[in-house]
Design a protein around this ligand. Structure first.
Ligand SMILES: NC(=O)c1ccc[n+]([C@@H]2O[C@H](COP(=O)([O-])OP(=O)(O)OC[C@H]3O[C@@H](n4cnc5c(N)ncnc54)[C@H](O)[C@@H]3O)[C@@H](O)[C@H]2O)c1
Length: 305
């Protein structure tokens, strides 16, 4: 079985590559290394460096022998998307169309999309948010990911491509960039290990649904066989940033210094995803507790200092 992971040198993509290799699948990676790293790709895994906006490069990479394509390449920086929605759309919409076209040309068996739940549902009226929640993105990033979903629906309906869309909550774990604009768990972990204050934007009572990256990779493995659908992947549990810091304190065994800064515009107040559908249709459920996931993230961030 041959699989191509587009964006496979990145945080989540590289864990999907590992999961595929563990199942005996031959995985190859297509990535422009804009945020991904060559080191994330195990020696022996073929890596094509290219941009999803380059239709020809994508077409060449997705050859006739690829059975499954996992699509993760994206412009994921929400603040950058706000500054430059055009660029965000070129990568997240235009790039996805190029990958979908290449899949149809190469008769790929199935296309699995890494989409977002956290950035699609805005401030849902009911939590945890189900897949039927109103789509009301608060950022161009959420708009472009949803637009890509709509093209995926078209390629499925009209071109017969098998497609599965996985909408993730806040994914965290090893290989997530712990600096700059990376995920909050990695950033806090780095500050804690360096003995620096964690910066909390707002009052810290905003909630997120933290799902460990190995569980997300496992959802992708199950999506290779499950029904063709759109599925939330999250724990359903709301964790406030203050609760996250308390969880870190329990793991490291000492108080964690923090500073509160003004809230940032465009960030949702509360979000958690209802993943009951993934449980029923894929047999997926999260298996890594927050405490265990934080300990594993801290252990990895320590190796980067
Ligand atoms: N991390 C999360 O919490 C989260 C939540 C919801 C959805 N997602 C989705 O999961 C996917 C992976 O996210 P991640 O957190 O691993 O981010 P990441 O930045 O680590 O991975 C994205 C990968 O795509 C590559 N890439 C970016 N632009 C490209 C381009 N134009 N051409 C080719 N490759 C390109 C990057 O180099 C990187 O390796 C994204 O599609 C993102 O929207 C992530």
């Amino acid at each position: 079985m041959n699989a191509m992971v587009v964006g496979g040198a990145g945080f989540i993509g590289s864990h999907i590559v590992d999961a595929l290799a563990a199942r005996g699948c031959t995985a190859t990676v297509f990535d422009d290394l804009s945020s991904g790293k060559r080191d994330n790709v195990e020696a022996g895994i073929a890596l094509t460096v290219g941009d999803v906006r380059d239709k020809q490069a994508v077409g060449t990479a997705v050859s006739g022998s690829v059975d499954y394509v996992f699509h993760l390449a994206a412009q994921i920086d929400v603040r950058r998307a706000v500054r430059d929605p055009g660029l965000d759309a070129q990568v997240n919409v235009g790039g996805t169309i190029n990958v979908l076209n290449a899949c149809v040309q190469a008769h790929v068996r199935r296309f699995v999309m890494s989409s977002t739940g956290g950035a699609l549902y805005g401030e849902p009226s009911t939590l945890p948010a189900g897949e039927q929640s109103v789509i009301q993105p608060l950022s161009p990033y959420g708009v472009s990911k949803y637009c890509a979903e709509q093209y995926i629906g078209y390629f499925h309906r009209v071109c017969g491509l098998e497609t599965v869309i996985l909408r993730y909550a806040n994914v965290y774990g090893p290989r997530q960039d712990p600096t700059g604009e990376g995920g909050v768990v990695g950033i806090f972990a780095r500050h804690i290990l360096l003995g620096q204050s964690c910066i909390v934007y707002g009052d810290g009572e905003q909630t997120r649904d933290f799902v460990f990256v190995d569980d997300v990779a496992q959802a992708n493995m199950l999506a290779m066989r499950g029904p063709l659908d759109t599925l939330n992947i999250g724990t359903g549990v709301e964790t406030s940033l203050n609760q996250l810091l308390a969880a870190f304190e329990r793991v490291v065994g000492h108080p964690v210094a923090r500073e509160y800064a003004p809230a940032r515009a465009g960030e949702v107040r509360r979000i958690a995803l209802n993943a009951e559908k993934a449980r029923h249709e894929l047999g997926w459920k999260p298996s890594v507790s927050l405490a265990d996931g934080l300990a594993r993230t801290l252990a990895w961030v320590r190796t980067c200092l």
